[in-house]
Design a protein around this ligand. Structure first.
Ligand code: SAM
Length: 203
């Protein structure tokens, strides 16, 4: 992993993903998180401020050591104890049925083997517990989809593996029987990069 991924990208993503619109959706998503929590693709720790007050400890994973280093300041400023691990969601070391909540925000777009990662997320959740996601992905407008498909190869380079054209709803539904989600594009954001999927999947 090179200079761009470890040094530039954390700063770029921290700046671009810390706007007030996303902050509101992060807070709404995390309001119902409970128990033992795993956050995948922790990035620069932008969700940390929005966990409910009863959450005292979380486990986080991210493949990029540069992201994990950048997140340290947020972790030290937070009351939440963070067990921060550098590893991939495609191959989790945790036992089956470990967590009450798994959280992913703006991360399913970037995971190389997304099917394997969703399988792992399902595996480490306790029966009846929940996967909370806020993701960007494939628009429901065919003319936007055309550009999302065309630009994904470029976006994968700029965004360290980020796909613009994943149908998050379909992907999550392939691994969970019960999925409640909605798709929308915030008014001040473009369909191309900010067609959002927000939902909860129950194991
Ligand atoms: C666009 S950032 C989002 C960061 C954060 N979740 C947020 O909402 O601000 C995507 C993150 O997923 C991480 N990532 C990519 N592939 C991963 C994988 N296979 N397992 C865990 N994290 C991964 C990246 O390193 C990056 O930090």
């Amino acid at each position: 992993m090179g200079f761009y991924s470890q040094i530039i990208l954390p700063r770029l993503l921290d700046w671009s993903l810390s706007n007030s619109t996303l902050a509101k959706y992060r807070q709404e998503l995390l309001a119902d998180v409970k128990g033992e929590v795993l956050e995948i693709g922790f990035g620069t720790g932008l969700n940390l401020a929005y966990y409910p007050a009863h959450i005292h400890k979380i486990t986080t994973i991210d493949t990029n050591p540069g992201m994990n280093a950048f997140a340290k300041k947020r972790i030290s400023d937070s009351n939440i104890i963070v067990q921060q691990l550098t590893l991939s969601s495609e191959n989790l070391p945790m036992s089956n049925d470990t967590f009450d909540s798994v959280v992913s925000t703006l991360t399913l777009c970037s995971i190389a083997n997304i099917e394997q990662a969703l399988k792992e997320i399902n595996r480490v959740l306790k029966p009846g517990s929940r996967f909370f996601f806020l993701e960007h992905g494939l628009s429901n407008k065919p003319n936007v989809q055309v550009w999302q498909n065309r630009l994904t190869p470029i976006q994968k380079v700029i965004g360290d593996g980020c796909h613009l054209n994943r149908n998050i709803q379909e992907l999550v539904e392939r691994h969970f029987d019960k999925v409640e989600s909605r798709q929308f594009t915030p008014e001040n954001m473009p369909d191309l990069t900010a067609h959002l999927y927000r939902g909860v999947a129950t194991k």
